[in-house]
Design a protein around this ligand. Structure first.
Ligand SMILES: NC(=O)C1=CN([C@@H]2O[C@H](COP(=O)(O)OP(=O)(O)OC[C@H]3O[C@@H](n4cnc5c(N)ncnc54)[C@H](O)[C@@H]3O)[C@@H](O)[C@H]2O)C=CC1
Ligand SMILES: O=C(CO)COP(=O)(O)O
Length: 345
């Protein structure tokens, strides 16, 4: 039987790039695990306030951050001598921040990312974007950290399990040891593609689940959307070469469940307000945080059309987000589709 003994890890130096809700929650875990952690962001005033008050009120209100967490605005200083760099900026900022990082690094760190999306325009996964921007001779492997996890729950030490994915399982295990503690349990996975696709696409389905709720449909409708959403995510992932089993795991069905059912989810909240009749612009203006599913819906719809992958739910959500189709009409249209077998791929 596969079993691994838990070993203490010596202190590592880690830079967290992105001082929003998830970056702050993950930085807190790392400090609690005894590591030397610097968090970097693009808002100097916010970082100064974090150092002064040990809080990040716009993203994680009422959370006291460990005194050991250093918020640093100068990227060169933030990444000085680090063993690992963790990207937790929104998808659209991954490439520009990676370009800045290349100019700032003085070590050859492991690169980790915990963001969820596909790049608009190129349709690339985020580990592909990072590999393009950070030459292999300037870094170790790239690891994806992903799974059902809301910053609000991790920040209060509620139980959470996620996945550390890398082609090189030893590097995935390094990241597993870096983050694991009594409330945060990390599993490893070698299917980077599947983990990133599950993470990105569940946000689309969560917008749909929120809309179903906002429209007043019941639990049967929610279960239908999540189940057929998972079928669609799996179809897309397998067409791109992912292992279908990955979608049964934490970064597949696990993340789909939490994002489609939690009031913490920004994607679910966005969908819920769409269902209640608000406009997308109005919703995004008031959210104050990233809603990744909006741009991921566009990237996935475009790529699925190019590759001729059937994605009826994603295309329907695209119509609501980008073509002004009313959410109720969109649901009715989905119900009028031709009859088919459940197991048709
Ligand atoms: N919040 C959560 O519970 C979770 C979020 N994620 C993923 O993590 C990523 C980040 O999400 P959140 O932290 O929730 O977003 P957020 O909206 O709370 O914060 C994003 C942060 O990134 C900063 N930022 C934006 N562009 C930047 C740039 N060019 N340079 C530097 N900083 C920049 C913003 O100022 C903000 O501080 C997303 O891809 C999200 O899907 C993944 C798991 C859980
Ligand atoms: O990825 C998440 C949960 O695993 C966070 O979801 P939201 O971005 O919808 O808040």
């Amino acid at each position: 039987m596969y079993q691994k003994v838990r070993k203490e890890m010596e202190q590592k130096k880690v830079a967290v790039l992105g001082a929003g809700s998830w970056g702050t929650a993950l930085a807190k875990v790392l400090v609690e695990n005894g590591h030397d952690v610097r968090i970097w962001g693009n808002n100097e005033q916010q970082l100064e306030e974090m150092n002064r008050t040990h809080q990040n009120p716009n993203y994680l209100p009422d959370i006291h951050l460990p005194e050991g967490l250093k918020a640093i605005f100068d990227l060169k200083e933030a990444v000085k001598d680090v063993d690992a760099v963790l990207f937790v900026v929104p998808t659209k900022a991954i490439r520009p921040v990676a370009k800045q990082l290349v100019e700032a690094m003085n070590t050859k760190p492991i690169i980790i990312h915990a963001s969820k999306g596909l790049e608009l325009g190129t349709h690339k996964r985020l580990s592909e974007v990072l590999a393009e921007e950070i030459p292999a001779n300037l870094r170790q492997e790239i690891v994806v950290l992903s799974g059902p996890s809301h910053a609000e729950e991790v920040a209060v030490g509620d139980i959470t399990t996620i996945t550390s994915a890398c082609d090189n399982i030893e590097t995935a295990e390094f990241v597993q040891r870096l983050f694991t503690n009594h409330y945060f349990r990390i599993y490893t996975n070698a299917d980077v593609k599947g983990v990133e696709i599950g993470a990105a696409l569940k946000n689309i389905i969560a917008i749909g689940a929120g809309a179903i709720h906002g429209l007043g449909y019941g639990d049967d409708a929610k279960a239908a959307l999540m189940t057929r959403g998972l079928a669609e995510i799996t179809r897309f992932g397998v067409a791109l070469g992912a292992d279908p089993l990955t979608f049964m795991g934490l970064s597949g069905v696990g993340d789909l469940i939490v994002t489609c059912t939690s009031v913490h989810s920004r994607n679910w909240r966005c969908g819920n307000q769409l269902g209640q009749g608000k406009s997308l612009d109005e919703i995004l203006d008031h959210m104050g945080m990233i809603v990744e599913g909006v741009s991921t819906t566009k990237a996935v719809t475009e790529l699925a059309q190019q590759l001729k992958i059937s994605m009826p739910i994603t295309e329907t959500i695209y119509d609501v987000l980008y073509n002004g189709v009313e959410a109720r009409t969109a649901v009715e249209n989905l119900m009028k589709r031709d009859m088919r077998s459940e197991n048709e791929f």
